[in-house]
Design a protein around this ligand. Structure first.
Ligand SMILES: [Fe+2]
Length: 163
């Protein structure tokens, strides 16, 4: 069963540069590459939080979900006997994502074409939701770029053409 976390009130830090103790323990920390190539499978690690959250019988992290490009990848559940609230996810950079952006978002900066090699890149997001049985739901989002295969990593592209 997947929890319907998106229906709950989401807690977010008030000031990212000055996290409170509560926020440090609950804000999900997403470890991911900044860019991946379409068709690749890659691993994401999510910890809750930036400082380890307690895993005690009466106070623990129940679950962590990861969303890639707005879609649920998976949910990992925990019990108080788990040492820490850390979840690893396998994520697949579906080849269709660039094509979808090309079709739907061609007028915003989410989709770019290199003026040199005509390689393509889209900027999308990874979102982690984590649920503490005492302190509720917490969310963190970060960006990730998907490169078309003809760009590859270590590109020397010039993103002059923005559609
Ligand atoms: Fe908590």
């Amino acid at each position: 069963m997947v929890h319907e976390g998106y229906k709950l009130k989401v807690n977010r830090p008030k000031d990212m540069s000055n996290l409170t103790e509560d926020e440090k323990e609950h804000l999900p920390l997403i470890k991911a590459p900044d860019e991946v190539v379409e068709g690749d499978e890659f691993e994401i690690t999510v910890n809750m939080g930036h400082e380890p959250h307690p895993m005690q019988d009466d106070h623990y992290i129940e679950w962590i979900q990861l969303y890639f490009n707005g879609e649920l990848v998976d949910e990992k559940t925990f019990t108080p006997s788990d040492e820490k609230a850390e979840a690893k996810f396998k994520v697949y950079a579906n080849e269709d994502i660039i094509a979808e952006y090309q079709f739907e978002n061609c007028y915003i900066h989410g989709y770019n074409v290199c003026g040199e090699c005509e390689g393509k890149v889209v900027a999308t997001s990874l979102t982690a939701l984590g649920y503490c049985n005492t302190h509720g739901l917490w969310e963190e989002t970060r960006g990730i770029e998907i490169l078309s295969e003809d760009v590859g990593t270590g590109r020397a592209c010039v993103w002059t053409h923005r559609y």
